[in-house]
Ligand binder design. Structure first.
Ligand SMILES: Cc1cc2nc3c(=O)[nH]c(=O)nc-3n(C[C@H](O)[C@H](O)[C@H](O)COP(=O)(O)OP(=O)(O)OC[C@H]3O[C@@H](n4cnc5c(N)ncnc54)[C@H](O)[C@@H]3O)c2cc1C
Length: 462
């Protein structure tokens, strides 16, 4: 093909969802997806594939609610080919001093549109700000069911109720926040489902690298490929994941994004420490790792290992992976993240598997059985490509006919439905949602927004 209506660089989940929305929903005829790798194999298959509408930012709550509408719709349409569940995310703390803050932030997120907050002070009642007279028990998450599940979140403040629901937990726990429009799915299967439909609607996938882009009179003209081919087009979408800025610079546009390396391990939980029906579980307290006295003195000896004795941040999390006879549990903890150059495959920190197992033993003490002898089925990682405030980029670039869909950080799979829809709406100039302006590059031109960025709070990223 030497001409196309739209050329998309990147067949990760962002590019595929954009292609799907353009071809399947808007009927755009000649859409070409270009990727130098097989689809979904750079970042989109490194994810822990979880989703949530629970974000401390009104714009993100709206984007995610919309995106989850798409996920739920695709699950219904496909007979749930991509195994969407709704187990929830549960955030735990053992620190009394954090409970008020947890409650206040939950109230704020609820008011931003993430759904009702139900506060369970004891085993039989809850106080709901919306309906103060209502009484109900905390409903445990369904293992596989999605329909008819509660929305919003349940804040459990009764230790005995928390331990009844999660008997394997650290008994010092004092609060648990169970966010309900959350769970996980197979990102690979979702991506392939969308790609198949896009291809059936005429999208062409080309294995090549976008090497250069000709611009004439500030308008996109031709996309040049590493193989020597070229495609004339009036519309180019940059969905290049961690190479977002690299590809943007081919257009002479610099994007305010950085890349952070995030790692994960798949542990063989042969002792069955983490129940297979568990939700995604997050430990909210910073912590120092449990080491024996002998280990501590060994680690203290070298500058390379001394940091392992320091306090490490909050946010260690895990979830069971796979159905039936699977023993796999995914463990993640972003205790060291700085902006980095992209190296593929990424360098893996030799300490990470042991550190993440020890860190999560603070939440689930029986994980101690794996200290020094964890059997790791998979250890990999990828890049969170993110803006300073962690909102994504979807919309036009300052070159006419050029668009971006990316900077989706640690939430690109869950956001894909709405991000592809939003990018396609910009391209086809059809009915932008009212949240569109929060995600354009042009937001950074607004001095008020620049001021806001200086005092930006928690981005809610795990
Ligand atoms: C450890 C980890 C855990 C995560 N957990 C979650 C989670 O629980 N939930 C969630 O929603 N998200 C999660 N994420 C984030 C999610 O994986 C990403 O946000 C998402 O995959 C990004 O998709 P993308 O399509 O923008 O980029 P990518 O998947 O990286 O796709 C970009 C594509 O562009 C191609 N490309 C780049 N440059 C060129 C070029 N010049 N020519 C041709 N092709 C090019 C690349 O080959 C690549 O295939 C996680 C990420 C990591 C690393």
């Amino acid at each position: 093909m030497t001409t196309a209506d739209v050329v998309i660089c990147g067949a990760g989940i962002s590019g595929i969802s954009t292609a799907y929305h353009l071809a399947v929903r808007h009927g755009v005829k000649r859409v070409v997806l270009i990727d130098e790798r097989p689809p979904l194999t750079l970042t989109s298959d490194k994810s822990s594939e979880a989703y949530r509408n629970w974000w401390p930012d009104a714009a993100m709550v709206r984007l995610m609610n919309r995106s989850l509408d798409w996920l739920e719709r695709w699950a219904r349409e496909s007979g749930n080919q991509f195994l969407l569940n709704r187990r929830g995310y549960v955030y735990f703390t053992a620190d009394e001093a954090r409970v008020d803050q947890l409650m206040r932030s939950a109230q704020t997120i609820s008011q931003l549109g993430a759904g009702e907050l139900r506060i369970h002070r004891n085993r039989t009642t809850y106080y709901a700000p919306i309906d103060p007279h209502a009484f109900a028990r905390h409903t445990p998450a369904s293992r596989t069911g999605r329909e008819g599940q509660p929305d919003g979140a349940d804040l459990l403040l009764d230790r005995s109720l928390i331990l009844e629901r999660f008997p394997f937990l650290n008994p010092k726990v004092v609060a648990a926040l169970h966010a309900r429009r959350c769970g996980w799915f197979s990102g690979q299967q979702l991506g392939m489902y969308l790609l198949e439909q896009a291809r059936a609607a005429g999208v062409e996938l080309i294995a090549d690298r976008v090497a250069r882009i000709s611009v004439k009179g500030n308008r996109v003209e031709t996309v040049h490929l590493a193989s020597g081919g070229s495609i004339d087009t009036r519309c180019f979408v940059n969905a290049a994941g961690p190479y977002l800025n690299h590809v943007s610079r081919l257009l002479g546009v610099d994007l305010p994004v950085i890349n952070e390396l995030h790692l994960k391990i798949a542990l063989r939980d042969t002792l069955g420490v983490v129940p297979r029906h568990a939700p995604l579980m997050i430990w909210l307290d910073p912590q120092t790792l449990p080491w024996s006295a002998e280990e501590r003195s060994d680690l203290a000896e070298s500058a390379e290992t001394r940091w392992l004795l320091d306090q490490l941040p909050d946010g260690a999390h895990l979830r069971p992976e796979g159905g039936g006879d699977s023993h796999i549990v995914l463990l993640l903890w972003a205790y060291h993240v700085q902006p980095r150059e992209v190296i593929v495959p990424p360098p893996l920190d030799e300490f990470y598997p042991e550190v993440v197992v020890r860190g999560l033993s603070t939440m689930i003490p029986a994980l101690r059985a794996y200290f020094g002898r964890a059997s790791i089925a998979l250890y990999d990682g990828g890049y969170y490509t993110r803006t300073p405030e962690n909102r994504p980029l979807a919309g036009p670039l300052p070159i006419e006919g050029a668009y971006v869909c990316g900077a989706v950080s640690g939430y690109g799979l869950m956001a894909a439905g709405a991000m592809g829809e939003l990018t396609a709406a910009h391209i086809t100039q059809s009915g932008l949602p009212d949240y569109a302006a929060y995600f354009t590059l042009a937001r950074y031109d607004d001095p008020v927004y620049q001021q806001l960025l200086k005092t930006w709070g928690n981005s809610g990223q795990l």
